[in-house]
Design a protein around this ligand. Structure first.
Ligand SMILES: NC(=O)c1ccc[n+]([C@@H]2O[C@H](COP(=O)([O-])OP(=O)(O)OC[C@H]3O[C@@H](n4cnc5c(N)ncnc54)[C@H](OP(=O)(O)O)[C@@H]3O)[C@@H](O)[C@H]2O)c1
Length: 287
């Protein structure tokens, strides 16, 4: 495996988790950049490596690295990344989000082939919800015929510490449209924010074109991790706490139910670690 040198932009929730995982897996993160230098300095201190570096407005002055990980969520940085790539200060820029304007879209665990990743490109790594749902659905739709999907995302707190249950927006239908366009038109997705810090569940309901036998679904689910190692099965019902620290894209709750042609199941994910772990997977494919 080649060790990569990384500049991490955005030292918030995802940035912190991504930087720790990168270091744990043997990569170097010498540059930490945030709009708030106190955040990048604190992260450098916590990691015991890396330097807080001011965000330079000049692409030519960006530190020279193999990869930039953009965990800022700031879409206005796109032009800057194109300039950084043109100036050959980095060979690739990975977004910890779904970014429609990125050059390459990657969904690790999708049933199709991994796209080529030439130098000089920006890379969309998918959203947390897309990473949880799309691999599962892509494999499911190759084995059975889902006709309609409905999915409610149970997402932890985003910004404000609003300790209440509330309805929030989700781009999950867009993620499905990116990867499984034939199903996207037959999908309804909604999202609720729950008063928990971390750990997410997708409450998925699938209606198949024909009835499916419980035995065939059971054996398909049991063999899924051999085809898609980013998906894990759980023996015990997960909780938002027990899922934290699990790097899978999705953990299948054992309490799924099938009635006729209607399947109901929960997919769990550590929403902060899921995308970060996929970035590390992708780095390990780079030469
Ligand atoms: N949280 C999740 O569950 C989750 C899961 C998967 C993916 N994501 C995606 O990951 C990205 C980061 O999410 P997050 O939850 O980590 O957000 P966050 O906690 O708000 O962290 C983002 C950090 O980046 C900084 N930042 C913003 N724009 C910047 C810029 N132009 N230059 C330098 N620093 C900048 C922010 O500073 P300010 O606070 O000063 O703006 C903040 O410190 C988003 O795109 C999000 O959609 C989030």
């Amino acid at each position: 495996m080649s060790r990569q040198t990384i500049a991490l932009w955005g030292c918030g929730r995802i940035g912190r988790v991504t930087a720790s995982l990168l270091i744990e897996r043997g990569h170097r993160v010498p540059w930490l950049i945030d709009r708030d230098p106190a955040k990048s300095a604190l992260l450098a201190q916590d990691l015991g490596q890396g330097r807080s570096c001011p965000a330079s407005p000049e692409a030519q002055e960006h530190p020279e690295v193999d990869v930039v990980v953009d965990a800022t969520g700031d879409a206005t940085l796109l032009h800057y990344w194109n300039d950084v790539l043109k100036a050959q200060r980095a060979s690739r820029v990975f977004f910890t989000r779904r970014e429609p304007k990125a050059d390459v879209r990657v969904m690790i665990g999708h049933a199709g082939d991994l796209p080529a990743l030439p130098r000089g490109v920006t890379v969309d790594m998918g959203s947390c919800t897309g990473n949880a749902l799309v691999p599962f659905i892509s494999h499911l739709s190759r084995a059975f015929s889902p006709e309609e999907l409905s999915c409610r995302v149970l997402h932890p707190l985003k910004q404000e510490k609003v300790l209440s249950l509330r309805s929030i927006e989700t781009a999950l239908e867009n993620s499905l449209a990116d990867w499984e366009p034939a199903l996207a038109d037959r999908t309804i997705a909604q999202s609720m924010e729950l008063p928990v810090e971390r750990g997410m569940a997708l409450d998925l309901s699938v209606c198949f074109a024909q009835p499916v036998s419980k035995r065939s679904l059971e054996s398909w689910i049991a063999s899924l991790p051999t085809r898609c190692p980013q998906i894990q099965l759980s023996d015990a019902p997960p909780t938002s706490e027990s899922i934290v620290g699990n790097p899978s894209s999705a953990v299948i709750d054992p309490g799924w139910r099938l009635v006729g042609n209607h399947l109901r199941l929960l997919l769990w994910q550590d929403n902060e670690l899921g995308v970060s772990a996929r970035i590390v997977d992708l780095l390990e494919t780079l030469r």
